[in-house]
Design a protein. Structure first.
Length: 421
């Protein structure tokens, strides 16, 4: 029996097992195929961008390692991303930062970027049938060197960053309109202080006013969705972060914006999955940046751990998939970058697959009936049900490698392409 037949046979047996506890596997997979994951451009080149190749990374961001073959041009990054996308099941997306424009070797400052600088990205996305997401780049720039951007005390510098974010929204809208799928444009800034400030209020009031200017022009939500992202702390901003979570949650609730929840932006003892239902009581949609913090916001490649499974489970049990935009956010320069994308995205989708196979309806009924004994028993028994057989079948049905077979393709690509750069 060949490998394909083995996958189908295992899947058939798994379907029977899941049906016995009331789970419709076919329905679960139909739901899964509608959920895109947005791959982040910054994994492909260690957050370098194409403004000033080889420039210094700022904003408290650090990429460790020096694995050979990182992308040096937009064409190389697109080729690498396309390879990764070919190894990940489903129809996914790609997420760009503003300093990844196709600038043609010309100096284009952040307050001068236009949709035409991203035309090649739009054409590429259209050619392979995916959507794009976008982010202003408020770091790695002389005007962010002192650690402040939208909350900067100098009005002229603050205005520079306001203009940059305004233009980024316009670019996001142009992408969404061209591709027929709304672009999520996410604003994150590194603003903060290394030591305790004398004035916590001033920078936050300046940030609120700046955001009002950034979002002043209404854009069609069919083309662009605005998101804002908080953070616990950063390198160089260990004692005070202007845009902390409470600030952005309040702003989002007041102004109807998406809140970005980043899995690496919380204290290690906090449960991010528990935040999802709380936030979605008050905002229309959320953006998730799926990452893995190891003791701090270190942006490790996503693995299939309890934290990821908890996030996926909450999205499914709360029926939040239609109100959630999922993107990856990590950068590891110590391993093959295409493998990092593939591992992370497949794990996110695998976690969702497991969550969709959860007997959630039965568990909720037991809970409402007060039968906590049966609830706990079924929760534990379902953990070892044959989800792997369902995942393998899903990959095979979507024409991507099953199991670890994708790694051989990455190694071949590394030998033929990456090592020749």
């Amino acid at each position: 029996m060949n490998a394909s037949n083995n996958v189908e046979k295992s899947f058939s047996l798994a379907k029977e097992r899941y049906a016995a506890i009331g789970v419709d596997v076919d329905r679960a997979l139909k739901t899964l195929e509608k959920v895109p994951v947005s791959l982040h451009c910054w994994q492909g080149d260690d957050v370098g961008g194409f403004e000033n190749f080889g420039g210094t990374l700022g904003g408290g961001l650090v990429a460790t390692g020096n694995y050979p073959g990182k992308a040096r041009t937009p064409d190389e990054l697109r080729a690498d991303a396309e390879k990764a996308l070919s190894l990940i099941p489903g129809k996914n997306r790609f997420n760009l930062h503003a300093f990844y424009g196709d600038f043609g070797g010309k100096k284009v400052d952040r307050n001068q970027i236009r949709p035409e600088h991203f035309k090649s990205w739009i054409d590429w996305a259209k050619s392979i049938g995916i959507g794009l997401d976008f982010n202003p780049t408020c770091f790695s720039h002389p005007k962010s060197a002192n650690g402040f951007t939208l909350s900067h005390p100098d009005k002229a510098i603050r205005q520079f960053w306001i203009q940059h974010c305004q233009l980024s929204r316009e670019i996001g809208a142009a992408m969404g309109k061209a591709l027929g799928s709304p672009t999520v444009t996410n604003v994150w800034i590194p603003d903060g202080m290394k030591d305790s400030p004398a004035d916590r209020r001033g920078p936050r009031e300046r940030l609120a006013s700046a955001l009002d200017e950034v979002f002043k022009k209404p854009l069609d939500p069919k083309h662009n969705l605005d998101a804002i992202e908080g953070k616990l702390f950063g390198i160089g901003a260990e004692s005070y972060t202007v845009g902390m979570h409470e600030f952005y949650l309040g702003y989002a609730v007041k102004n109807g914006k998406l809140v970005c929840l980043d899995a690496g932006h919380y204290h290690p003892t906090e449960n991010m999955a528990d935040k999802i239902s709380s936030v979605l009581c008050f905002v229309p949609e959320i953006l998730l940046h799926v990452s893995r913090g190891v003791r701090w916001d270190s942006d490790h490649v996503v693995i299939l751990d309890d934290a990821l499974l908890g996030i996926a489970q909450e999205l499914v049990r709360g029926d939040y998939l239609g109100r959630t935009h999922i993107g990856l956010d990590f950068f590891d320069a110590s391993i093959n970058r295409i493998a990092a994308w593939t591992i992370g995205a497949r794990n996110m989708l695998r976690a969702l697959c497991i969550a969709l196979l959860d007997p959630a309806d039965k568990l909720k009924k037991l809970e409402l009936a007060g039968d906590y004994t049966s609830r706990l028993a079924l929760m534990e028994e379902s953990k070892t049900l044959p989800f792997g057989a369902v995942w393998d079948y899903y990959c095979q049905s979507k024409g991507v490698p099953v199991g670890e077979a994708w790694l051989a393709e990455v190694k071949t690509y590394e030998k033929k392409v990456l090592l020749n750069r």
